[in-house]
Design a protein around this ligand. Structure first.
Ligand code: GLC
Length: 568
């Protein structure tokens, strides 16, 4: 596939287009008060790391008041900070310090549900107006002989078990698409959206630069409340009380979701129209069919998200993939994306095993190169810049509800704890993350060698390779250049060029087990005969491809499972 370079007048790039977005999982970033849990002051003390990485924006997973049943994704007050993370003053300090460094701050916002400890829920339980219908309440379908109420239908929650929990006071079931402590807000009631817009306005007034909007496809349910069918293609071994056992036509991605999100976007745009500062709305929607996913961009007359996250590297690319798999994924994204829209690239987040666990350590650098150099916005999950690995967590140490709900025998299938362990800053006690002996999740034992300090300044390291990639991202070739994608050498390799006014680069990644020699001048248009190796991934370096070497573009040698960026 080939996309031509941008022509004059060159488009103005928004900050989410030009710079990398970095996801901070606040419990695991930096602990400032020795309780073993990360906090806002901790994040503030580590801002230099973002500056060194050249990060443009930081998205912080939820920091609102919360009983932490889902570690902040269960919010009991949408307009205040959880004491474990600090106070609103700490938030203001962090926000100011970020502004001084020109780093944007993106809040994680969770519209689908609140905590059952939110005051709205308590009032709803007690039928206090106007809160009676703020949540989704239903009568029992019937009662067992022993009096146990029977849920309205067979809906199973994302973390397993019924989507319905009985409330003794109200004598009705309430719906929760996630855990029982996360009752779903009822968007059939327009007052609910008004409340949520008020909460978003609160953070806009606090000066945030955007929102990552959580779990949006779950916001509406089909009002017929019909049973959901089993998925004929469910993964082998799925059990009937697991979410993945079913298709979700009545609880996922209903058309009304887009209407609600369009209103959120409208509010954000009002602020931008007023002061001219760009604010971004990115949404989390896991939808395999790209035509359906791209509805989340909205239209020119009714914009929705600036972009939906791209989960293709997580859900579509499986271990054992080759260059052809990457080529078809990348090409399909650009062919189907609405004209003028911003693409998005990411390889990990707090809900999925880390890159090195999914595909192997060798893949850390190639994937960082890909996601940050393909056109579009890109997101780094904390620790991916140093190739952090999943940490094995025992059942006793497991805290993630997705793991706990699955029970001791199956928790490892579902737990997200392994990818959430504390950031590995240096080789000192608790990896420099905390002064506590015990941290909220154990730290990976490899921290003494795998950490930011150890990789800093070492040319061979994931961290330094990452920084070089980030620098390249600032070039005109990246900002305005053409894109040409290929899967040469029988699909063992994925390669792409980005060129602006005859300067540019080619990135080549060999996913196969054998060394390959690629004739790039044959594969790509407008490539000069000689180029220079700009950077490469860790590992074995075939002769003649050291960084800085000059190479013939008609025979670029790439080692097995290796990647290379050449510039010209
Ligand atoms: C999103 C979050 C996940 C959370 C869920 C419920 O999928 O990424 O961490 O558990 O929503 O809020």
């Amino acid at each position: 596939m080939k996309i031509p370079q941008k022509q004059d007048p060159l488009p103005e790039l928004k900050w989410w287009d030009s710079g990398i977005i970095y996801q901070v999982y606040p419990r695991s970033h930096q602990d400032s008060n020795g309780d073993g849990i990360g906090d806002l002051a901790g994040i503030q003390s580590r801002l230099d790391h973002f500056v060194e990485l050249g990060i443009q924006a930081v998205w912080i997973s939820p920091i609102y008041q919360s009983p932490m049943a889902d570690f902040g994704y269960d919010i009991s007050n949408f307009t205040d900070i959880a004491p474990v993370f600090g106070t609103l003053d700490d938030f203001r300090n962090l926000s100011d310090a970020m502004k001084e460094r020109n780093i944007k701050l993106v809040m994680d916002f969770v519209p689908n549900h609140s905590s059952d400890e939110h005051v709205w829920f308590n009032r709803s339980v007690n039928r206090i107006e106007p809160y009676t219908d703020y949540y989704v309440w239903k009568d029992a379908k019937g009662f067992e002989i022993d009096g146990t109420p029977i849920p309205p239908n067979n809906w199973v929650s994302v973390f397993g078990g019924s989507m319905w929990t009985w409330n003794d006071i109200r004598q009705q079931f309430y719906l929760h698409q996630f855990v029982a402590k996360q009752p779903d807000l009822n968007y059939e009631n327009p007052k609910v959206l008004t409340e949520i817009l008020a909460a978003i306005k609160f953070w806009l007034d606090m000066g945030v630069d955007g929102f990552r909007v959580d779990a949006v496809p779950h916001m509406f349910e089909d009002q017929r409340y019909l049973d959901e069918p089993a998925d004929p293609n469910a993964p082998e071994g799925s059990l009937p009380d697991e979410y993945r056992y079913y298709l979700h036509p009545y609880t996922y991605n209903l058309p009304k979701v887009l209407d609600a999100l369009a209103e959120i976007r409208q509010l954000i745009d009002i602020y931008t129209a007023f002061d001219g500062k760009d604010r971004c709305m990115m949404v989390e929607a896991t939808i395999p069919n790209l035509d359906d996913l791209f509805l989340y961009y909205g239209t020119e007359s009714r914009p929705i998200a600036h972009f939906p996250f791209n989960f293709e590297f997580i859900n579509r690319i499986k271990p054992g993939f080759n260059g052809t798999d990457i080529l078809s994924m990348v090409d399909e994204w650009f062919q189907k994306m609405p004209p003028g829209a911003t693409a998005n690239w990411l390889v990990g987040n707090h809900d999925n095993h880390r890159v090195s666990k999914r595909f192997g350590d060798y893949i850390v650098d190639p994937l960082n190169m890909l996601i940050h150099l393909l056109p579009g916005s890109s997101v780094t999950y904390y620790g991916e810049e140093i190739g952090m690995q999943d940490t094995w967590i025992s059942w006793v140490d497991t805290v993630d509800p997705a793991g706990c709900n699955a029970g001791e025998d199956r928790y490892e299938l579902f737990s997200r704890d392994p990818e959430r362990t504390p950031m590995q800053w240096d080789a000192t006690k608790s990896a420099g993350f905390s002064t506590a002996d015990r941290t909220w999740l154990p730290i990976h034992y490899n921290y003494t060698i795998l950490n930011v300090a150890a990789q800093s300044g070492s040319d061979e390291s994931h961290l330094e390779i990452y920084k070089k990639v980030e620098l390249l991202r600032r070039s005109n070739a990246f900002k305005f250049g053409s894109l040409e994608t290929k899967a040469p050498n029988d699909g063992a390799v994925f390669a792409f060029s980005r060129i602006y006014n005859s300067t540019g680069f080619i990135m080549l990644a060999n996913f196969g087990d054998a060394q390959e020699t690629v004739n790039a001048s044959l594969e790509f248009e407008d490539i000069p005969a000689i180029a220079r190796v700009y950077t490469r991934s860790q590992g074995f370096v075939p002769e003649g491809t050291f960084v800085g070497s000059s190479i013939n573009t008609n025979e670029i040698v790439i080692g097995a499972r290796h990647s290379l960026i050449v510039e010209f």
